[in-house]
Design a protein around this ligand. Structure first.
Ligand SMILES: [Ca+2]
Ligand SMILES: [Ca+2]
Ligand SMILES: [Ca+2]
Length: 227
């Protein structure tokens, strides 16, 4: 006993990034947050849901295109092809890191939902002005706009710009909503609980993205796939 002593629970308010990529995402997000957001209220975000939904559904075609063996998930080799085709200028190590970051269930495959999160993280990272190769492009302009809306929403919610949305920040965002609808507030809190996987009271950008893929009904689409 006593051999396994994790430091994780000792960090009081912020969770510490556990991987190099996670640290980079956090750093990039903080820099992006210093630029501000175009979101005016929580309602502005809610109103964007249908558009985000449409945008994310377009990822399906990209996903299918890169799932070369039609296995329903993208393996490391397929992801490599995908990045080369989309001219995403990541090194092999970076591709490997983002694969591991987004392969949540660790089955060595990127499922559709994981793929959306992956593309959005790529969008965030490649906009990093410190990046040596900002030239990558994803060809699909509305998709870029959708990802930017998601980044912008996160920036709006993260009031103190530390790269995490805390429970109290979520409450604050809801309270700023002019209409003050109680029900939407309750729903938002429920959503927050859903987002906060490790229940540490903080939601990072990746958790936020995964929640979005649920909220906007991506999952439903898979069920509807009937002949
Ligand atoms: Ca595959
Ligand atoms: Ca997976
Ligand atoms: Ca925060």
């Amino acid at each position: 006993m006593g051999g396994i002593l994790t430091k994780r629970d000792d960090s009081p308010l912020t969770s510490v990034p556990t991987t190099k990529l996670e640290a980079k995402i956090l750093e990039t997000m903080r820099r992006r947050e210093s630029e501000g957001t175009s979101m005016k209220s929580f309602n502005t975000i809610i109103l964007k849901f249908p558009k985000i939904d449409t945008g994310l559904r377009k990822c399906k075609a990209i996903f299918e295109q890169f799932d070369e063996d039609k296995s329903g998930s993208i393996d490391p080799k397929e992801l490599n092809h995908c990045f080369r085709k989309l001219e995403i200028d990541f090194t092999d190590e970076e591709i490997n890191d983002i694969f591991e970051e987004c392969d949540i269930n660790k089955d060595m495959g990127i499922a559709f939902k994981e793929f959306i999160v992956l593309l959005c993280l790529v969008h965030l990272l490649k906009k990093d002005p410190a990046s040596a190769h900002p030239s990558s492009r994803m060809e699909i302009p509305d998709l870029e706009a959708t990802f930017e809306t998601l980044v912008d929403s996160f920036v709006f919610l993260d009031k103190n710009k530390d790269g995490y949305v805390s429970r109290s920040e979520m409450v604050r965002a809801i309270n700023e909503t002019t209409s003050g609808e109680r029900s939407s507030g309750r729903i938002a809190m429920k959503r927050f609980e859903e987002m906060d996987w490790d229940k540490n009271g903080m939601v990072n950008f990746k958790e936020f993205l995964f929640a979005f893929t649920k909220w906007v009904g991506i999952e439903d689409e898979e069920d509807i796939a009937v002949e």
